[in-house]
Design a protein around this ligand. Structure first.
Ligand code: PLP
Length: 399
């Protein structure tokens, strides 16, 4: 019998080559924890709250009445309506349920949108630091990614002029994220309006990932769809993973206009063939009756942010600014470490705290580490005690 040599598609090869180093520190932390070490994990962005009980009850009830069958490719009408209501609430542009396509999670929504908008080799402009998850999607679709730096010196602020300067004749799509994972930076409505108008003039799509839209502290998020004057080149992506502590339910969506909605629905039909009925209905319920839970979780994230920012501010050698939104704090370690990577590795070795190095998010974050807010205050306090001890010891050795 001849040997079988497996051969794979270029698409899957691109994923196999993709930055396997991203989670190296965290993987090592997990293996230490498996050996019984007392490791504190501050690396993931998975909410540490349970999905609110009324949402669980509603899902159970829908399971009980047999909502376990195929669902329309674009989504259950009840959920499309709930999402359209949210998008219409403060917007000058009413949103129709027909403008909404539901996907199993934000990642899948992004994948579907980019699949419908770009061919392999075509250019997408993305500001960095950017969500790590964009990299495998763009690799898999074999896109040419042009990164736009939002430097740490300017608190990673959203920079419309820099994005405009990066747009070339080759650019087909600009993809932004507000509030940003990992920095918590937010675009203002005026910035969104200006960028949308510019992209439209250049006949470019503008995709906005708004996954943290409901986790904001001082000021509320404004959707690109609300800020933009015209909607025909606009796509907004959001979901329930973060805001409703429903990461494992896999529920996200894209809101667009006209022929793109049809393409997205066709793409969803071909690749997913409808999300589970009972999950979509529980998601609709969550969106309609959510204000209490979402506020409670936001308040907790805000307290945790304040705790981290205050403690980091008192540790000589470390620096951070106070993020306006999201689930993370970026800590500048440039005075005490060769890079975020070196800091994260040494911190894990010395104190068994696992944080994410900034480099995989982009060059601008290379001297930072990302701390999650998805840990309660007791855990955060213990972690910050260890971080303080680690840095103090390090500075003493160098001094
Ligand atoms: C900015 C951003 N977009 C999209 C996603 C993916 O969301 P989901 O877990 O719903 O796939 C995440 C998850 O961390 C994220 O941070």
């Amino acid at each position: 019998m001849t040997d079988f040599t497996p051969r794979f598609s270029l698409q899957s090869e691109a994923l196999a080559c993709e930055g396997s180093n991203v989670w190296a520190v965290s993987d090592r932390a997990h293996s230490l924890a498996r050996k019984g070490e007392d490791v504190i994990f501050l690396c993931v962005g998975d909410p540490n709250f349970d999905t609110p009980e009324p949402i669980l009850d509603f899902a159970r009830a829908r399971l009980g009445v047999g909502r376990t069958h195929y669902s329309p490719a674009a989504g259950e009408p009840m959920l499309q309506r709930a999402i359209a209501d949210i998008e219409s609430r403060v917007s000058p542009h009413p949103c129709s349920p027909d403008d909404v396509v539901v996907f199993p999670g934000g990642t899948n929504a992004i994948y579907a949108v980019l699949s419908c908008l770009l061919n392999p080799g075509e250019e997408i402009v993305i500001p960095e630091p950017m969500y790590i998850g964009y990299v495998p999607i763009c690799d898999n679709l074999r896109l040419s990614v042009k990164r736009v730096a939002c430097p740490a010196e300017k608190d990673f602020a959203f920079d419309v002029e820099a994005i405009k300067a990066a747009i070339s004749e080759q650019t087909r799509v600009v993809m932004i994220n507000t509030p940003v994972n990992p920095t918590g930076a937010m675009a203002t409505p005026a910035q969104l309006r200006a960028l949308a108008a510019y992209c439209r003039k250049r006949a470019i799509w503008l995709v906005c990932d708004e996954m943290y839209s409901m986790i904001t502290f001082a000021r509320r998020h404004t959707s690109l769809r609300t800020a933009a004057e015209a909607l025909d080149n606009i796509v907004v992506i959001d979901g329930l993973s973060k805001s409703h502590a429903m990461s494992g339910w896999r529920l996200g969506w894209a809101v667009a206009r006209g022929p793109l909605v049809d393409r997205l629905a066709q793409f969803a039909g071909a690749t997913i063939f409808g999300c589970p009925q009972f999950i979509q209905e529980a998601a609709a319920f969550a969106l309609e009756f959510d204000s209490y839970f979402v506020k409670q979780m936001c308040d907790a994230y805000e307290r945790r942010r304040d705790l981290i920012v205050a403690r980091i501010g008192r540790i000589p050698g470390l620096g951070c600014y106070s993020p306006e939104a999201g689930m993370f704090v970026m800590v500048d370690v440039s005075d005490v470490a060769a890079s975020g990577q070196e800091f994260a590795e040494a911190l894990l070795d010395a104190e068994r705290v696992s944080v994410l190095p900034g480099a995989p998010f982009g060059q601008s974050a290379v001297n930072h580490v990302r701390l999650t807010l998805a840990a309660d205050e007791v855990v955060l306090t213990r972690a910050l005690d260890r971080i303080e001890r680690f840095v103090t010891h390090r500075c003493r050795q160098v001094g």
